[in-house]
Design a protein around this ligand. Sequence first.
Ligand code: SAM
Length: 309
Amino acid sequence: MIYVVEMTVEQWGVRVPARQGEVVRQALIREGALDASLRVLREGSDLILPVLTKREGAARYGFEVHPGREQLPRHELVGGIAIMQEDDPSGAEKILTSRPSLHTVVCAKGEVSGEYRTREFSVLCGEPTTRTEVTEHGHRFIVDLAGAYFSARLSTERQRILDQVGEGEFILDMFAGVGPFAIILADRAAFIVAVDLNPCAVALMQENITKNRIRNVLPVLADARRLADILPWKFDRIVMNLPLAGTEFLSEAFRLCRPGGTIHFYSLVSATGEHTARIQELGGIVLAEREVRSYSPGQWHAVYDIRVC
Ligand code: SAM
C-alpha cells in the first residue's frame, strides 16, 4: 500500500475572487512573484494564491506543497532568466530543465548597489548572458540584469499609476531605467520625458521604445539633479522611483511639476507618514501613502501620491 503524505507549509498568500484567479495568477507569474512550489488554496468563492514575498494585502496561510516541485531550489524569474541566491550549480540545472521558457540560471552576487542600482551575477548554467526579454501587460522589455535596474515586482504599481493618467497628460519619469513606467504610461499620456543617469539603461530604453513602437517617449541621458535647469516644461505628473535616495530630488520634482499636478514619490521608510512634513513644507498634499513591498524587518518601500499646490 502507498501512503501519500500531504505536506503543508506556511507562506504569504493573496486572496482573490475565484473568477479573477487566473488573471491575477498570470500577472504574478509574469512578475516572478508566484510561489509555484505550492498549490493554490480555495476558501469559499475565493482563491488564495501563494506568493514568494510579502506584498500589499497578503497574509500568512498554510499551503499544500505541489507534488514533484518541492525539490526545486528557491529562485525568482525575470523573463527567461532564473535568479538564485545560492551558488548551487546542480540546483540551477534542475531549474533550467523544469521550464522550457528558461535560457539561463544565474546567481546574484551581493546586493543592488551604486547610483545605477545594479547588481553582479554569475551564470550558473544555460546561455552565458544576463540579457533577456520580459513581457508585462502586452509590452515587451529587453532587460540586462547586470547593466541596468529592472524589477518585475513593480508591474502592479505601474498599472495602478496608468489607471490615474488622464488623456493628454505630460509626464516626467525622473529615474526611468529601461523605461517600464514610461512605456506603459505612454499608452494614455500625450508625451513622456524619461530620464536616467545610466547609459546602459538609456540604450536599453531606446531599444524598448522601438520594440513597442512607442512614438511619444523621449529618452534622456541626464542627472535628474539638473533637470529643472535644462527642461523648459512643467509636467502634469512626475514619477520618482529611486526609493533609497528620492528625498534628495523632491524639491527638484516640485519645481518641475505644474500647480495641481501629481508626484508619485517612492521611498524606503520605517514609519507611516515619515515624509509628510517635508512634503507639506514643499507645498504638497499627501493624497495617499501605500506600502509597495517590504524591504527588511521594519522597513518597506512606500509610495506617496502627492498633489502639488
Ligand atoms: N523606474 C525604473 C524601473 O522601475 O525599472 C528604474 C528604477 S531604479 C530603482 C532607479 C534608476 O534611477 C536607476 O536606473 C538609476 O540609474 C537611476 N538614477 C540614479 N540616480 C540618478 C540621477 N541622479 N539622475 C537620473 N537617474 C538616476
